[in-house]
Design a protein around this ligand. Structure first.
Ligand code: ZN
Ligand code: ZN
Ligand code: FE
Length: 766
């Protein structure tokens, strides 16, 4: 009998055709397999029993990186000859297949890298069908070498033989190469005259990797070309070099990530439990945010391996393991952990184009470790944090994108979700799944905006989506909103910011609601035109009701109050804190800012933001008065808290569910005046916020009969708050949904927007 099989999902670039070839050959089936724009097609000729066995094993034994979404089988005539063949790709038809994320170097390739007898010994670009670059090198679909950035490298005889040998693990591995035919590594000094200290070092070392290690050991800043862009690196133990990198990069306080050679080194620096181990060693290789070893003081001086300037003001450290052969070789050469942070200055996007990298990073890096395999798509490192036995993604990029999400409700039309403004992403959807872009960054920057607009076009082409419906934020000043409004011939679906947060949490959990949604974040545009951010919603995917919120408080000076948390302390204390240290520290402006807050109006717009409440308390107890990156005060407030403290500040809740956040601030101020340790105050504040969330949810359960609570918004990336809130909600009998696959912050908004649009497009909306 003859059958035609169509396989859809992540089935290209993951060794699927060789797998099918092997399976069919073992079962004695004739036929063919190939890639096309819809995925993989198979035509089989053979006995009924063998074909049955083939279909059973097709899903069961699929390669580890494949993710099968659908298998369709039809009987009929086939083109099968006597043997089983892999045929040329068919580029026609509508692209519907899914590209794989970039995958960390596999164990087999690492073994070759370390084997002096292997022809790829110490070759920095070794990869195979199970590992290597994917999304970042794909120019167009279908996934085949000519449509990747490896097109310019003609395979040598030996690579070609492996590529065509069904028994070889490089059978149809598109980026395969070797020292004879593949990319080459170069080390160049930033100084074009090749003079200076590092120029001499580089010349003396002779070989790029040895020279790069020398530059790091000598205290230099090294730019390293990675998978999705350039990194900047210094020796992690080098206090001076780390401080210098901060100066040159214009990055004052935001922690840097550290790459360590392996798990042993990770364990010397941080608490690595089973979940952390799985995240660190998984194929996505994200930055994993982990608690430092017990006893580590905040300045990081505990271990000489990590300088205090790497991650000031936090008890956590972002660690990652090498994910390219180049990283493995570099760490081997350096013999110590290195800082690895995105190659950019302050808020620009990460540099990925060679010329652009040289231009932009010339004054930052002392040398460039680079190569000639072009990067087509920019992708930062992903950041995850272990939470309740799994990873909670804080930034979703390399290694995760573009793995699709199953939408709770299929979308009858093609949809684009434009995301928010900060930590921007976009999301494309059709039918049952949604593909989110990697983290792009803050759209206020021109470079970032350009990469956002180009990214949408690239992804639309890759995934065969032609957006007919465009979902966007309500904020009229967001560049993402302006982008949506400027698109011709599309139907617009405006989605309120906090509704999108809750929808994003629902989609992350594959649920459609309705739920009690708690959306706590910095700011989002509300239905009434004011800035929201401490919201209790009764929400389904299609619609929501604002059921409660934090009491609005003026933001004296508008956005100045975001950069200067002490202004929020003044607004919350409303004249009652003049004797406190925060008032004395900001003596010059304290009275006028208090007056500005009281006047209200456009000089002090009211907000129900939970983020601003955290800011107020952080400034009040002396964590910091001004910030250098978004969320810094709240993050440091969390880090300061004494995790053993169980008491909680109370906050009044009105009948219409308005929470008096000022009660928490006043309780903190009273404790502070009484000489209580700020670490205890911070904990009591966190506990108080958690407890009042639970109280409001109980009221809403009684009112609406809903038993499930979804927690979203950037404030719920605060693990202390999240743990307390989840624990208390579960004690109270709630089922709690939290984020795992998409960030709780604005990086997850685009998925929420798409889920809302899909729900509103249902013939009979929920
Ligand atoms: Zn491999
Ligand atoms: Zn070769
Ligand atoms: Fe938000």
């Amino acid at each position: 009998m003859g059958v035609r099989v169509r396989v859809e999902g992540v089935v290209q670039g993951v060794g699927f055709r060789p797998f099918v070839h092997g399976l069919a050959t073992r079962l004695g089936l004739a036929g063919l397999v190939g890639n096309d724009a819809q995925g993989v097609f198979v035509e089989l000729e053979g006995g009924r029993e063998q074909i049955g066995e083939f279909l059973a094993r097709l899903e069961r034994d699929a390669p580890p990186l494949a993710s099968i979404e659908r298998v369709t089988v039809t009987t009929g005539a086939t083109r099968a000859g006597g043997r089983f063949l892999i045929v040329e790709s068919d580029p026609s038809g509508t692209a519907r297949t899914l590209v794989s994320p970039d995958i960390a170097t596999c164990a087999d390739c690492l073994a070759e890298l370390a084997d002096p007898a292997d022809r790829r010994y110490r070759y920095p670009f070794v990869n195979c069908v199970n590992c290597g670059p994917r999304l970042t090198i794909v120019r167009a679909m279908p996934y085949d070498r000519p449509l990747t950035t490896m097109a310019g490298f003609e395979m040598c005889g030996r690579c070609l033989a492996e590529y065509h040998d069904p028994a070889d693990r490089r059978f149809h591995a598109q980026p395969t190469c070797c020292p004879a035919c593949g990319p080459t590594l170069r080390l160049v000094g930033a100084d074009p005259s090749a003079g200076g200290r590092f120029g001499r070092l580089i010349r003396a070392a002779g070989e790029p990797l040895a020279g790069a290690a020398e530059v790091l050991r000598a205290g230099g800043v090294l730019a390293v070309k990675g998978i999705g862009g350039y990194h900047l690196s210094v020796l992690a133990s080098d206090e001076e070099a780390t401080a210098e990198l901060r100066r040159r990069k214009h990055r004052a306080g935001k922690p840097f990530a550290v790459m360590v050679a392996g798990l042993d080194e990770a364990r010397r620096l941080c608490e690595v439990d089973e979940v952390a181990e799985r995240l660190l060693t998984g194929p996505a290789r994200p930055v994993v945010l982990l608690p430092r070893r017990a006893g580590a003081p905040m300045d990081g001086t505990v271990d000489s391996a990590v300088a205090g300037a790497v991650a000031p003001g936090t008890r956590h450290l972002g660690l990652m393991l090498p994910y390219t052969p180049l990283h493995h070789l570099l760490l081997d050469g350096v013999g110590a952990p290195i800082v690895l942070t995105s190659g950019n200055r302050s808020d620009e996007p990460i540099a990925y184009d060679d010329r652009d990298a040289f231009d932009r990073l010339c004054g930052v890096a002392d040398a460039f470790l680079t190569h000639d395999r072009p990067i087509h798509l920019r992708a930062d490192d992903s950041v995850v944090r272990p939470f309740r036995g799994r990873g909670m993604v804080l930034r979703r990029a390399r290694g995760h994108a573009p793995r699709p999400f199953a939408l709770p409700l299929d979308s009858p039309r093609h949809v684009l979700g434009c995301g928010a403004e900060l930590k921007s992403t976009f999301c494309l959807a059709k039918g049952g799944h949604a593909v989110m872009s990697p983290h792009i960054g803050d759209l206020e920057n021109y470079e970032t905006l350009r990469s956002y607009v180009e990214g949408i076009e690239h992804f639309a082409a890759l995934f065969g989506v032609r957006p007919e419906v465009v979902a966007h934020d309500l904020h009229p000043e967001y560049l993402s909103t302006k982008h949506a409004l400027a698109l011709p011939d599309v139907d617009l679906v405006p989605v309120q910011h906090h509704h999108a947060h809750i929808a994003s949490c629902l989609a992350d959990n594959g649920e459609a609601g309705p739920v009690i949604g708690v959306a706590f974040d910095g700011l989002g545009y509300g239905l009434d035109g004011t800035l929201w951010g401490g919201e209790f919603l009764l929400a389904g995917l299609a619609s929501f009701e604002r059921a409660g919120h934090l009491a609005p408080v003026p933001m004296p000076g508008g956005s100045a109050a975001i950069r200067q948390p002490w202004r929020m302390a003044a607004a919350y204390l409303d004249g009652d804190g003049d004797a406190l240290a925060v008032a004395r520290r900001n003596e010059r402006w304290w009275a006028s800012v208090t007056a500005l807050a009281r006047r209200g109006g456009s000089g002090a717009p009211p907000t129900s933001s939970a983020g601003r409440l955290f800011d107020a308390v952080a400034a009040l107890i002396g964590v910091r008065d001004t910030i250098t990156y978004e969320g810094q005060a709240a993050i440091e407030l969390e880090q300061l808290a004494d995790p053993g403290e169980r008491a909680a500040y109370p906050a009044a809740v009105s009948d219409d569910l308005v929470v008096a956040g000022c009660d928490l601030v006043r309780a903190a101020a009273a404790d502070l005046a009484a000489g209580t340790d700020p670490a205890v105050i911070s904990a009591r504040f966190h506990n108080g916020v958690g407890d009042v969330v639970v109280r409001c949810c109980r009221v809403l359960r009684d009112r609406a009969g809903l038993e499930t609570v979804a927690l979203s918004g950037g404030v719920f990336q605060n693990l202390l708050l999240l743990r307390r809130t989840v624990a208390r909600l579960e004690e109270a009998g709630f089922r709690v949904l939290t984020h795992s696959g998409v960030p709780a912050n604005d990086g997850g908004i685009s998925l929420g927007q798409v889920a809302v649009a899909a729900a509103r497009l249902q013939p009979d909306p929920l």
